[in-house]
Design a protein around this ligand. Structure first.
Ligand SMILES: Cc1cc2nc3c(=O)[nH]c(=O)nc-3n(C[C@H](O)[C@H](O)[C@H](O)COP(=O)(O)OP(=O)(O)OC[C@H]3O[C@@H](n4cnc5c(N)ncnc54)[C@H](O)[C@@H]3O)c2cc1C
Length: 354
């Protein structure tokens, strides 16, 4: 266990904001976590993973906790389903790489998403038609309020779009995820619903209603049966082409949520209906925030060292490497104001502001 006072968090957030916390605690085991004298730690408490979905807006006055619980345990190498217990501190993409190497299906579309397994279960990470909830069987936590171990079944996690029971305001900061039970599969089950994924794999397919591609039946795949590793490599190629590598340029991924508007509002936003959009089952319409930001001429816009990423305007980056939280916040506000003035729609950040 490591406990440090006045700790510099620059390396603990992928935005590379130069901020500090009053106290930093890194633990190796559940026992160490349970044995902490919480009453003596500076408050509030904040548990982080790799800090890839966080924007620290100032120095943090309390204690930042971080898990080094790292294990991957194959509970059963069953015929079809393969349950795997994974420590919360495992880097998510290391887990994906390992299961793909073993030929297990399930996580390949979520390749290269930054962060750790614990946070992935909190955030319900998602990409290319797959979400963490599709894999989770259960989540084991330490309840900081009751100071005891608690387990959540997948249903009890109440997963929604980038949402879970752990993110609800009444639970925020209450549960520390210590391990996650995931259900992987040996059964041939590539998820190729997204046009870009099929293209990257060289598989033709017809366009779906929302512009995505209707998957061909597996046997019709002209390049024959795929492996999870092949799908992973395709996903990595797609992501590398449009998203900044956190090792090279600071960011927290998609900064804003895609707004959902009424049909009438969409007709106002795009009178000829040509704007990219997704019709949702409840009759509302999801409009890509990236398109709105681009239409406002804000692609590449800067505030000091912070910038709108030129290859993907939904991502704000620490372009200079020395951008301050104030510069990122100023850019965020400029985008919100711009989109509001042009489209009458308020963008909301996806990134947690701390
Ligand atoms: C370049 C880039 C691309 C990205 N692409 C995607 C994408 O395609 N899809 C997607 O969904 N996300 C994406 N993200 C966002 C981010 O990777 C995910 O939200 C990820 O799950 C965050 O993991 P983390 O370990 O960094 O968590 P942090 O950012 O440190 O924390 C996120 C939240 O989880 C909580 N938390 C962390 N660990 C624990 C724990 N053990 N117990 C309880 N709570 C905990 C924190 O308190 C916080 O509320 C991207 C980010 C970047 C920088």
């Amino acid at each position: 266990m490591r406990i440090q006072l006045n700790y510099d968090l620059s390396a603990q957030n992928t935005f590379r904001m130069k901020v500090s916390c009053a106290c930093y605690v890194e633990y190796e085991t559940v026992k160490e976590l349970e044995g902490l004298n919480f009453d003596r730690l500076p408050k509030p408490l904040l548990h982080i993973g790799e800090g890839s979905n966080l924007l620290f807006t100032q120095d943090f006055p309390g204690t930042v906790l971080h898990s080094n619980i790292e294990f991957i345990k194959y509970v059963d190498m069953g015929f079809e389903d393969v349950p795997v217990m994974v420590g919360a501190g495992v880097v998510w993409d290391h887990f994906v790489a390992e299961t793909c190497r073993h030929g297990l299906w399930g996580a390949e579309n979520l390749s290269l998403i930054p962060g750790e397994v614990g946070a992935a279960a909190v955030q319900n990470i998602g990409a290319y038609g797959v979400e963490m909830k599709d894999l989770v069987s259960g989540v084991v936590c330490f309840d900081l309020q009751e100071r005891r171990k608690v387990k959540f079944s997948r249903e009890e996690c109440r997963y929604g779009y980038r949402d879970s029971i752990f993110k609800q305001p009444e639970n925020k900061g209450r549960y520390v995820v210590t391990s996650v039970l995931l259900r992987m599969s040996r059964k041939y089950s590539p998820r190729l619903d997204y046009k870009g994924v099929r293209e990257a794999l060289g598989i033709p397919g017809q366009a779906g209603k929302d512009g995505s591609t209707v998957p061909n039946p597996v046997m019709a795949d002209p390049i024959g049966p795929l492996t999870p590793q092949q799908v992973r490599e395709a996903i990595i190629r797609i992501r590398r082409a449009k998203l900044p590598d956190p090792e090279e340029i600071g960011s927290a991924g998609s900064f804003f949520k895609n707004p959902v508007v009424s049909r009438e509002d969409f007709a106002r936003i795009s009178p000829d209906g040509s704007a990219p959009h997704y019709d949702l089952p409840d009759g509302t319409v999801k409009v890509p925030a990236a398109w709105m930001i681009d239409q406002c001429g804000l692609k590449g816009a800067t505030e000091g060292g912070a910038a709108v990423y030129d290859k993907q305007p939904l991502v704000l980056v620490n372009a200079s490497g020395t951008a301050t939280p104030q510069e990122v916040l100023a850019l965020e506000q400029r985008i919100i104001n711009g989109v509001q003035a042009r489209f009458g729609v308020t963008l909301h950040p996806e990134v947690d502001h701390i």
